[in-house]
Design a protein around this ligand. Structure first.
Ligand SMILES: Nc1ncnc2c1ncn2[C@@H]1O[C@H](COP(=O)(O)OP(=O)(O)OP(=O)(O)O)[C@@H](O)[C@H]1O
Ligand SMILES: CC(C)(CO)[C@@H](O)C(=O)[O-]
Ligand code: BAL
Length: 279
């Protein structure tokens, strides 16, 4: 496994591979790797000859400085996971390497930018698309793999790819869960024992909606899910919605296709997100 820290070194490694017609996959991460990340790498290996995983805690997408400061960075553990996963290249640049000087970034990501996560983390998707564009420029991948756990992020990245007409195929990969249903997330590390138990209500509320989708109306489903969450002390709901999976606008008509239930909540001090496809 090659570990690379600069864009120049990465390009000189990957350009001959690209010229040799081999397929390159990129799996962008912020590190603190878990089985969700490994699943992205394993799926990428089925599509490509060379898999590059980037680890970069991107400052421009954090709207809460404390969240950035305490974001976990277990480097040795991450290297071990990547070696075991059979990752070919790790790209681990410094902040200076990715942001050598001041820059203005603002692109039109469509109205969904301002909904859900975009409402609670203002400017988040400008920061995400800014760094993902830089990573795409550095790696020049044929395909890039993202988790469905960050459902809105996948849409925003697809919109960024369309905006610049980039020749990259975006693949959304299934959510990997703990045995009890909690969606794996790097931030789960911040949950204490009580939070960890309380956090389960998020996946339970999503499963409730999915399991009762046929027999209840959307407003009954939302009411039931929100009640379940409000009964758990220490869980503060930001949103629970049933939305159109393309526009992210709330949907009242169950007969529409492409419906998704999405939730975000603070569990203790830790903000978590999760979602489930409904049809
Ligand atoms: N449980 C999961 N299953 C599948 N993919 C996941 C899962 N968790 C994260 N990913 C994906 O891994 C990629 C990197 O995510 P990231 O490094 O931010 O990890 P994370 O666990 O989402 O951390 P956090 O949400 O706490 O920032 C993203 O595309 C994300 O959607
Ligand atoms: C895509 C990403 C690596 C960009 O920093 C990040 O938002 C993430 O880990 O989901
Ligand atoms: N996985 C999404 C990255 C973030 O929360 O900033």
């Amino acid at each position: 496994m090659k570990v690379i820290n600069t864009i120049a070194a990465l390009k000189s490694l990957l350009e001959p591979i690209k010229l040799g017609q081999q397929k390159i996959a990129l799996v962008p991460t912020m590190g603190a790797l878990h089985k969700g990340h490994v699943s992205l790498i394993n799926i990428a290996q089925q599509y490509a000859d060379v898999v590059v995983c980037s680890i970069f805690v991107n400052p421009t997408q954090f709207t809460d400085p404390k969240d950035l400061e305490k974001y976990p960075r277990p480097l040795e553990h991450d290297m071990q996971m990547l070696r075991e996963a059979g990752c070919d290249v790790v790209f681990m640049p410094s902040v200076k390497e990715m942001y050598p000087g001041p820059e203005n970034w603002h692109i039109d990501l469509g109205p969904a930018e301002f909904l859900l996560e975009g409402e609670f983390r203002k400017g988040h998707y400008q920061g995400v698309t800014q760094i993902v564009k830089k990573l795409f420029d550095a790696v020049n991948p044929d395909l890039a793999f993202f988790g469905q756990k960050d459902f809105q992020q996948v849409l925003m990245i697809e919109n960024m790819v369309a905006y610049f007409k980039l020749p990259v195929q975006i693949i959304s990969c299934p959510i990997i869960r703990e045995d009890d249903g909690l969606a794996m997330s790097s931030r789960n590390i911040h949950l204490n024992a009580a939070d960890r138990k309380n956090a389960l209500v998020l996946s339970r509320a999503l499963s409730y909606v999915k399991d009762h989708f046929e027999e209840k109306t959307i407003s009954e489903l939302l009411q039931g899910a929100k009640e379940m969450i409000s009964e758990v002390d220490g869980v503060e709901l930001d949103y629970f919605t049933i939305a159109n999976g393309k526009t992210l606008l709330p949907e009242n008509n169950k007969n529409q296709s492409d419906l998704v239930a999405l939730v975000a909540a603070k569990v203790g001090q830790t903000r978590l997100i999760d979602n489930m496809l409904l049809n």
